[in-house]
Ligand binder design. Structure first.
Ligand SMILES: Nc1ncnc2c1ncn2[C@@H]1O[C@H](COP(=O)(O)OP(=O)(O)O)[C@@H](O)[C@H]1O
Ligand SMILES: [Mg+2]
Length: 300
């Protein structure tokens, strides 16, 4: 082994060894809290698993643990290894866990898996800051998981720190939820700027899957129309045609710890997330979006 290779091994600088699997890994990210990232992650993941027959993994990158809370009935923290353990294992000599696959937990939804919530992620983010190759830690530990699942979805924290950057570098696509406020609209520009920087500086080819309007409320007609027009003018085809309405079933489902499909499958929120799943899968390059539940998609 050459000296360079030895140094790379010691510091865990392995990014060339782990190319991003194409077209199946989605980061749900926004530079703002409360815009529907977790609601979107959970309901999109359930829709893909239940109505499209795909095996889906949700990865909670936010230390607040809201993914597990949103599906409280189905995600059990088994007290074992955490996402932090896996990410920080990169480059270590003795590895207790070295792939996302080692920590996934099956949910009560037959085709849906999740990583347990990890309250230590904030501390981990600080540790990462001192590591060389820190943006690649996650990408380096998901080979087995990427081979096992049809789709992997990262629910990102509401800022652009090392956790969000790790999710982006490990992803093929980013979905950006935007609620109907001026602040959220500005935050869309920020996050797309970060994606451009990741691509230029880190040699990645991350795609903006789309900007998703959420909490669209007709009672605020004028402001809503104005924001939708601005989003369309600014982002053109990147603006998805799906709209997530302001719908109390979505909030109540989250509090009850179930998906919106289990809470009220006929609600406007449930219909919207079913439509979104089909649109997202189409944009990610899956064929046969209308395949009946239970039948496998073909990845083109
Ligand atoms: N479309 C919606 N209509 C009504 N309430 C929503 C909607 N989307 C999200 N919520 C609620 O808003 C709050 C924040 O949503 P959440 O998905 O947790 O945001 P984030 O993950 O971006 O912080 C939650 O209480 C959630 O139930
Ligand atoms: Mg959240």
């Amino acid at each position: 082994m050459s000296l360079t290779e030895q140094i790379r091994k010691i510091i865990g600088f392995e990014q060339e060894a782990a190319p991003t699997p194409r077209g199946k890994i989605l980061a749900v990210a926004a530079r703002k809290g409360g815009v529907g990232k977790t609601t979107t992650t959970v309901n999109l993941a359930v829709a893909m698993a239940r109505y499209h027959g795909l095996d889906v993994l949700m990865v909670d990158m936010d230390g607040q643990g809201h993914v597990a809370e949103a599906l409280s009935a189905v995600v059990r923290d088994q007290g074992g290894a955490s996402l932090s353990d896996v990410m920080l294992s990169s480059g270590r000599e003795v590895r207790r866990v070295d792939d996302l696959m080692d920590i996934v937990v099956q949910t009560s939804e037959p085709r849906l898996w999740a990583t347990p919530s990890d309250k230590g992620l904030a501390v981990t983010e600080g540790i990462m800051a001192g590591m060389i190759g820190r943006e690649f830690l996650l990408r380096n530990v998901m080979r087995k998981a990427a081979a096992r699942f049809d789709v992997i979805i990262f629910d990102c924290p509401p800022n652009v720190g090392n956790l969000t950057l790790n999710a982006m570098v490990a992803s093929s696509h980013v979905l950006v939820p935007c609620d109907m406020s001026i602040l959220s609209m500005a935050a869309v520009g920020d996050i797309i700027g970060v994606i451009d920087t990741v691509n230029e500086q880190l040699g990645h080819d991350l795609e903006v899957l789309g900007v998703l309007p959420v909490r669209v409320d007709r009672r605020n007609g004028k402001l809503t129309d104005q924001i939708l027009k601005e989003l369309s003018d600014n982002w053109g085809e990147r603006l998805l045609s799906s709209r997530i309405p302001a719908n109390s079933s979505l909030a109540r489902a989250q509090v009850s710890g179930v998906s919106v499909f289990d809470f009220d499958s006929r609600s406007a929120g449930a219909r919207a997330y079913r439509n979104l799943a089909a649109e997202v899968l189409g944009r990610m390059g899956f064929r046969g979006v209308d395949a009946p539940a239970g039948r496998k998609f073909q990845k083109s």
